[in-house]
Design a protein around this ligand. Structure first.
Ligand code: ATP
Length: 443
């Protein structure tokens, strides 16, 4: 049976295959595995760390580097209760927790459709609000005065630094503050691999706008964010926008829409885009006594901007890119697994493969590697037959293999093999960086 939500040509057990590949090839490992693992916590291995970094870099490039209206921030993860009292998280950041009366497992009431996923029972305790904040103590004394929280979202750092950023950058609405970093939520049921974990990474933009322009910017960011995913290779058939009904909206938002991906279990959230109004800045201004507003000198106008927030998960996006890229096909009658990752995201853009282990090839192969490493993340592999090495690179999504053979010493040219078409062309070593750059830019 194919997975219910999977695209028609996806393998039936896509999720299992991708999870298996992640472990086998060093993308994602269960955390503390030698001690039996730790509650849906994961470590990103040698390939996963590259892929995740590339996802975050692609976001930063689109959201900060290529714009003059957005600046970056990297705020602290530990923060005092005052921040979370003002933001409403201490009282409102809860999920409804129920216990199954039959098998006693705990579930998030809004995610189980009235039936215990473990035993099928429909008998549950009354739902009670469970706060998702991770609480700790700063300093040696574990009393109430030392309480601190791990942030459950990066957003509040942008609001508490609003005045600092305004003063230091002299930006004028519409302008945004972007941040990428870890967030922590004590999820009741972390599940589906890295889709929902207790420790995860977010990529969030808080875009401050004149209130009258809020709807325009909400639609603008929804469109931009959809195009970011398709631009990095997720086909439109696996993406959709879903506008929230009024009863789904968070207390601070007047409009929210999700960018959803077709996960193996069906459509689910990749990213939320919300019109948060002036609720956050007003709440922090009230609680802190600071003025968090924009003063437009030429007109003498003073106002609290509205905020449009595209909030994405970096680790969740990485999982979607992996699921979407996973394919099985045949090359010359041989089955292969290939990750058709966008070259910007692939853990390695290039693999340099000397045709044989013979020492005569090594100096030139290493020379080629060194010239490419300045520009690209490269792998270097001398083990096994060349065919096997191509398959290994296909399986981890390396777009181009550069093979150095015995002719290369005489003609100073190498063979470039394309992952998707498997076409091979001879390219002079002198023009190799330009050729590979052209291919990356075209992708
Ligand atoms: P959900 O309803 O699924 O719990 P949410 O709507 O509360 O998620 P947001 O607060 O909007 O999520 O967070 C923005 C983004 O951060 C989400 O779209 C998702 O990509 C990511 N994210 C949120 N929680 C987690 C988590 N526990 N694990 C991984 N990524 C997460």
């Amino acid at each position: 049976m194919p997975d219910p939500g999977a695209p028609p040509d996806a393998p039936a057990d896509l999720m299992e295959k991708v999870v298996g590949l992640c472990k086998r090839r060093g993308f994602i490992f269960p955390s503390a595995e030698i001690y039996g693992g730790f509650r849906s916590t994961y470590d990103y291995g040698p390939l996963g760390v590259n892929l995740l970094r590339n996802v975050k870099n692609a976001w930063w490039e689109a959201m900060v580097q290529r714009r003059d209206d957005v600046v970056g921030l990297d705020a602290a993860i530990l923060s005092p209760p005052a921040v979370w009292e003002a933001s409403g998280h201490l009282s409102n950041f809860t999920d409804p927790l129920v216990d199954c009366r039959s098998c006693h497992q705990r579930w998030r009431a809004d995610k189980i459709d009235g039936v215990c996923p473990a035993c099928g029972s429909t008998e549950f305790t009354q739902a009670r609000a469970f706060n998702l904040m991770f609480k700790t103590h700063a300093g040696p004394v574990e009393d109430e005065g030392a309480v601190a929280y791990l942030r459950p979202e990066t957003a509040q750092g942008m609001f508490t630094n609003f005045a600092n950023v305004l003063q230091t950058t002299r930006k004028k609405p519409p302008f945004g503050i972007a941040q990428v970093g870890k967030s922590f939520r004590n999820e009741i049921t972390p599940q589906n691999f890295v889709f929902r974990t207790r420790e995860f990474e977010q990529m969030e933009l808080e875009y401050f706008v004149p209130p009258a322009e809020a709807q325009h910017w909400f639609e603008y960011w929804l469109d931009e964010r959809y195009r970011w995913y398709t631009g990095l290779g997720i086909p439109p058939s696996e993406l959709r926008l879903r506008h929230h009904d009024a009863d789904e909206l968070a207390h601070y938002a007047v409009a929210t829409a999700d960018v959803e991906f077709l996960f193996p279990w069906g459509w689910d959230e990749l990213e939320g885009v919300a019109n948060r109004t002036d609720a956050d800045l007003m709440a922090h201004a009230r609680a802190s006594g600071e003025r968090l507003e924009y003063f437009d000198q030429p007109t003498g106008e003073r106002y609290v901007p509205y905020v449009i927030e595209p909030a994405a998960g970096a680790t969740r996006a990485m999982m979607a890119f992996l699921l979407s890229a996973y394919h099985e096909d045949e090359i010359g009658g041989e089955p292969r697994t290939v990750l058709r990752l966008h070259p910007r995201l692939a853990p390695y853009q290039i693999a340099v493969l000397p045709l044989s282990k013979k020492e005569t090839l090594e100096p030139l192969a290493r020379e080629v590697l060194a010239s490419l490493q300045v520009h690209f993340m490269c792998d270097y592999d001398v083990t096994q037959s060349i065919g096997k090495r191509y398959r290994r690179q296909d399986e981890v999504g390396t777009p181009w293999c550069v093979t150095v053979d015995f002719d290369s010493i005489a003609d100073r040219a190498v063979t470039v093999r394309d992952r998707d078409s498997t076409d091979q062309v001879r390219v002079p070593i002198d023009g190799l960086v330009e050729e590979l750059r052209r291919r990356t830019d075209r992708a």
